[in-house]
Write a protein that binds this ligand. Sequence first.
Ligand SMILES: [Fe+2]
Length: 350
Amino acid sequence: MLKLSSIESSEQELKEFYEQLRAQNVTPAWIAGGVTVEPRSKAVGHVWHWRDVRPHAVRAAELVGTEQAERRVLRLTNPELPGVSASNTLVANIQIVMPGEIARAHRHSASALRLIIEGQGGYTVVNGDRIPMYPGDLVLTPNWTWHDHANDTDQPMIWLDGLDTPLVRMLEAGFYEEFGQERQPVGAGPDPSVAKYGAGGLRPAWETGTAARYSPLWHYPLSQARAALERLAAEDSGSPFDGMILEYTNPLTGGSAMPTIACYIQLLHPGQHTQAHRHTCCTNYHVIEGSGHSIVGGQRLDWEDKDVFTIPTWTLHEHVNTGTRPALLFSFSDAPVMKALDLYREDAKG
Ligand SMILES: [Fe+2]
């Protein structure tokens, strides 16, 4: 009869055996651990208040030039991931470009997004396309696209940078290259990707598509997203967990904006309190406008205009708009990675 085996061995025998294994870089898996019943993130829920972060960004701009710093960026780092990143796979950073400054052209295999916080009309150049930047706009600089930033206005330009650098580092897949000149030559036409792909439901019929998996649309103006949200919110309640939430999609596929990062914008009505749920993706939020709080793993995170907060994977969360204005939240997550690998799960019960 087949059965589980039982073997008696002494502490001393095991100790000697394990030492021999260690000397040869071998580990007995039965004592090594590593399996969890459910995901447990090292990261915790946390909020960074704009009133605290903004003065540091301004001070950085007084102390460090864009000649010295390839990018003048402050990393928002999770209290449990000190010095590293806001969440397990995605950074949420604050970048400032002062009037008259440029941030030189480069590209990398990490995918990046910019959500504009302050400033009126500086621009990012992506593969030669000049993209204007206004508050609340989403600008993509996908995997391996050339990008540089410029501020030709008289006010600081400040934005949220979201990148998948921790994921790319974990996968040891990071490449980086400098353009060789400070700035890219800019092509003709204002905002070409919006001209081609920004109409919504319409795309150039002569374009046969691209091998890239990221969206060919690189600019999602807030004005468009807000109009769509308000139109829908007037007649539909959206998701019980997120209210009226819309995803920024790749217009060619309807899928996520980038292969590793999904981007969303949601509207919470004054007084709205969403139901709690959790899922196997980590999410960083930016409060475009409004005030309220989110309960994240039992902890209350109060937020208001321009704050950033993070929700780790598999952590119950619910959102409450305690203000008198509709709240607009931008968020980005690693859900496309989890879905591509069949690791995505969602649970409303807790
Ligand atoms: Fe970059």
